[in-house]
Write a protein that binds this ligand. Structure first.
Ligand code: ZN
Length: 119
């Protein structure tokens, strides 16, 4: 086996099914042995990332639920404020409509009524 064949057989070697020829080359070639060591280290590192994440403790779920409840209370506050703002807008609209109706039904007095003697 030559160094140029390393890439072709290294995946098999990492899977544990490399032939004796590849193993013999690794024993005799420093460069390929170092490359194989790097690949094995990298593969082990990736294996750590693929491992199942640890299950959170029961305390984590209690704290999470407490945080969600607090968040829900804040959201409810803002929702109720929004509802209050909507009611205020409707109330102001009704008030403006009523005021406009009152002004329309109660015309201003004639100008002559203001002609009082000046003192
Ligand atoms: Zn080599």
């Amino acid at each position: 086996m030559k160094c140029a064949d390393f890439e072709r057989y290294c995946e098999d070697w990492l899977s544990g099914v490399a032939g004796e020829e590849f193993e013999a080359h690794l024993r005799s070639c420093d460069r390929c042995r170092e490359a194989a060591g790097d690949l094995a280290g990298t593969r082990a590192l990736f294996a750590l990332f693929r491992a199942d994440p640890p299950e959170p403790s029961q305390g984590f779920w209690v704290r999470l639920e407490g945080g969600l409840t607090e968040a829900d209370r804040k959201a409810e506050f803002w929702t109720s404020l929004t509802l209050a703002a909507q009611r205020a807008v409707v109330a102001l609209g009704v008030l403006a409509l009523g005021l406009g109706l009152w002004i329309w039904t109660h015309p201003a007095p004639p100008v002559a009524a203001f002609d009082a003697p000046q003192t």
